[in-house]
Write a protein that binds this ligand. Sequence first.
Ligand SMILES: C[S@@+](CC[C@H](N)C(=O)[O-])C[C@H]1O[C@@H](n2cnc3c(N)ncnc32)[C@H](O)[C@@H]1O
Ligand SMILES: O=c1cc(-c2ccc(O)cc2)oc2c(O)c(O)ccc12
Length: 365
Amino acid sequence: MDSVSTGDNNTSSLLEAQSHVWHHAFNFVTSMSIKCAVQLGLPEAVGAHAGPISLPDLVSSLGLPPSKAPYLHRLLRLVAHSGFLSLHTKLNDVERYSLTPAGRFLLSDNPYNAGSLLLAVLDPVLTEPFHHMSAWFRSEKDDDDVNTTTFSSTHGGKMAWEYMATDAVFSDLFNDAMARDSCMIAELVVKEGRSAFEGVGSLVDVAGGTGNMAKAVAKAFPGMSCTVLDLPHVVSGLEDGGNNVKYVAGDMFESIPAADAVLLKWIMHDWDDEKCVKILRKCRTAVTGEGKDGQVIIIDMVLGNQSLDEKLRGVQYAFDMEMMVSLTGKERSEEEFAKLFFDAGFSSYHINPILGTRALIQVYP
Ligand SMILES: C[S@@+](CC[C@H](N)C(=O)[O-])C[C@H]1O[C@@H](n2cnc3c(N)ncnc32)[C@H](O)[C@@H]1O
Ligand SMILES: O=c1cc(-c2ccc(O)cc2)oc2c(O)c(O)ccc12
């Protein structure tokens, strides 16, 4: 191979370029290994042990055959290298492991658990479409929507939310992932973005899933009456959460109950621009009806925040691919959000970048 094919024939540049390709080719192996650790119950076994745990103790508490110890050691090495375990070698030169802060996010009894999101994203339901992404790029849009997304062309023409109603196991996993995320975001929002909710007497969490966000907001603001609107298969059977949280089964494209404020957490990025404008128009009607002059509160990623580091920007772009492959949505820049808001008839907005990769956006009629 000559230097033309590589652009540079300096030895270290060649090796670095090759390793860069390897790093990205093998990223999925790292992800799948972490998934395996979660499925084995490794975070719980490490977390339950009094102090850092050794390999033999881990093998026994996971109930694995002792012959698998050398293999588990190799899994632990990668999971530790990926930042989920700390390695302690001080005690008698025996390797012992403890959970890092990211590792504690994989604990199933952690209310902020992100393991369910990891399991959902790495479930074949969501990974299979990625094998067909290039075919989707080459295919023309068809009238019956079969090829609207890579997800729908992989799953017999079913669009994402339609599919959810047919797969209770995956739907429960996904709803659990959303609910856990809402637990943490609600706490941060109540702490860091409290002013957005002050003075709000009634709130509708539109497409609010199983209601964790609404429950936490209602708890922080006992005078507020909260309604969770979501599809029937998500909210049917859920008991109203205390005095001031109730569930309504419905379609946000049809009607949204009137309220002082409407919350859209992780909704805009699920939909294309046209659908977002439709949802926002319904929200505008909900917060301006009955003489109200309310607001729409959006929690979503905003691309282009220069203070985000490279890793987090990569996370945003990966989410954008997930939205493109699974749904018809996208992650948006401030300019793209502003266009949606003005097209839906709103007059102003304020972005508060208090949630890492995500931001709290207040939109005013
Ligand atoms: C990404 S989840 C977000 C859930 C919740 N807001 C959260 O952040 O945890 C999107 C939600 O939209 C709901 N959804 C999809 N289409 C809907 C519709 N037409 N009307 C109401 N809810 C809908 C789904 O059932 C799902 O719960
Ligand atoms: O990672 C996801 C995946 C989805 C998704 C994929 C397929 C379906 O049938 C439904 C949903 O949706 C997500 C989402 O709405 C979100 O806010 C974050 C992540 C994901």
